[in-house]
Ligand binder design. Structure first.
Ligand code: HEC
Length: 472
């Protein structure tokens, strides 16, 4: 009842706020026209922008409130899992959309920096220029050494892509891992901690990681790129190791990615944007610029660039149980981080026109090493006796159907995960390859081994599949 009342009240507020955005927009347009006409409306324009920002923030908060009200309404019903699923869809879609906008812009600007023509026909005040053709049009870009003589009125800033990627990512972390901590975050076979402790460690680790990284960037080490990279890399490995010994393999990967992603966004928020603001302000007032600010910002932006591929891998890693399901999940994570950052390094060198050809093959070999060491044993043990289906069925009924049935009895999963059910023999046979992958090879099912399957039972399932998976 409380949920439904809240929903109505907030819904009403939402409609009112939406109407207000139209009104504010029309006023803003009027002031814009006045401005063109030469009237002094600077103060009024600022007032409208503030009001608009306030309304947009309120819109977001009210929407979040409505989701919370909806949650109160459906809590304890079969719709609860359904709501979580749809929240997952919506937030995930937002996350990848903002992420693409952010990483796309980041790649683009690092490309510009790398590919600038710095020598031919470059005016004194410029660092370089670049011709490009895209979408049926020709573009000509110029980069200033420091700043133009007058800062243009309309200056485009790139920051909301980063902030929204992080915000949506954080929400997703809550929806997928923290609300269901006992299911996906915590694996009692790794470390038996409470959900709250797990969440505290997760969130706390991002702050600690940022502090360490930031100190490292402010230390003299920053002047020695090779040492900086080495030390930074070993600290990152430390985090991967730590996460793998605290969380389930899958959650360990996500936390590693979220940790790097948080550093990236903190770089934008605490270093890059403030540096740019200081530069713009100084230029506006005609004060001398501190070139160190620009250098710091460029450095951080370059670090972000190297983090992108490892973070992108982590974003898709939950599809690949052979990575996070490996006995030493941190090792595979480390290898893929190193290999993908290496690939990015190669791309950067190539854009600069440097022929460091060896970087790519070395990176590929590193990645192949990951595939090699995580490969399942070629000879997992002979199957001497013929396995009857009844044996396999008994194991599946005992260890799997609490989640994988049309009516699960599990305390977390109220609908069959991924739609996978094992109610009939045909259901089991149809999924035999996936079962082999998840139960025998990667050992990522039963989830966190919640139902305590034994190695002997895994072997029975393997032998049955190797013998042809017959149900007779
Ligand atoms: C505690 C609940 C739970 C138990 C018990 C469980 N699973 Fe799962 N299973 C899940 C969840 C959640 C997913 C989806 C997430 C994932 O793929 O990791 C899943 C996914 C799968 C998939 C992958 C489906 C796909 O579309 O990729 C297979 C195969 C699978 N389970 C097999 C099994 C088998 C076989 C058992 C028993 C030995 C088992 N599971 C026991 C929760 C469980």
């Amino acid at each position: 009842m409380l949920g439904i009342i809240l929903l109505w009240v907030l819904g009403f507020v939402l409609v009112m706020l939406t109407i207000m955005t139209f009104y504010l927009r029309s006023v803003a347009k009027q002031y814009e026209a006045d401005d063109e006409a030469g009237l002094d409306v600077e103060k009024k324009k600022q007032g409208i922008t503030d009001a608009q920002n306030f309304v947009y923030t309120a819109l977001v908060l009210v929407s979040v409130g409505m989701v919370a009200a909806l949650y109160i309404y459906v809590k304890g019903t079969p719709w609860e899992a359904h709501l979580m699923e749809w929240l997952n869809i919506v937030i995930r879609l937002m996350h990848i959309t903002f992420g693409i906008a952010w990483i796309g812009a980041s790649f683009y600007f690092v490309f510009l920096e790398n590919a600038l023509n710095r020598t031919k026909d470059v005016r004194d005040e410029l660092a370089g220029n670049l011709w490009a053709v895209h979408g049926g049009g020709f573009y000509y870009l110029e980069k200033y050494k420091v700043a133009p003589k007058t800062i243009p009125k309309h200056l485009h800033w790139f920051k909301y892509e980063a902030y929204f990627t992080w915000l949506s990512g954080f929400c997703l972390l809550f929806v997928v891992y923290y609300f269901n901590a006992s299911a996906l975050l915590i694996d009692k076979n790794v470390l038996d901690i409470s959900a709250l402790t797990g969440i505290g460690i997760g969130v706390g680790s991002f702050i600690v990681a940022w502090i360490i990284y930031d100190l490292l960037c402010k230390s003299p080490l920053i002047k020695k790129p090779i040492w900086f990279t080495l030390v930074g890399f070993f600290i990152a490995v430390g985090f991967a190791y730590f996460y793998s010994h605290v969380f389930s393999g899958r959650a360990a990967y996500i936390h590693f990615g979220a940790m790097l992603g948080s550093i990236m966004v903190a770089n934008v928020f605490f270093v890059i944007i403030p540096a740019q603001k200081a530069m713009v302000n100084a230029a506006r007032k005609g004060l001398p610029l501190n070139p160190q600010l620009g250098k710091n910002a460029l450095n951080r932006s370059l670090h972000n660039n190297y983090f992108t591929l490892p973070v992108l891998f982590v974003m898709i890693s939950n599809h690949f149980p052979s990575t996070f399901g490996y006995e030493q999940p941190w090792l595979i994570l480390t290898i893929i981080t190193l290999g993908t950052a290496g690939v990015k390094h190669y791309l950067n060198l190539k854009e600069k026109g440097q022929l460091s050809v060896w970087v790519l093959p070395v990176s590929v070999v590193i990645l192949l090493a990951g595939a090699f060491i995580s490969a399942p044993p070629k000879n997992p043990g002979a199957c001497n006796t013929k396995i009857e289906f009844s044996e396999v069925n008994a194991i599946v009924q005992e260890k799997c159907v609490s989640c994988h049935s049309s009516k699960p009895t599990d305390d977390v999963y109220k609908a069959p995960p991924n739609g996978v059910v094992y109610d009939t023999p045909a259901d089991i046979v149809a999924k035999k390859d996936l079962i082999m992958q998840r139960v025998v090879i990667t050992k990522t099912m039963p989830l966190n081994n919640k139902t305590n399957i034994t190695q002997k039972e895994r072997d029975i399932i393997r032998c049955w599949i190797e013998q042809g998976a017959s149900v007779k």
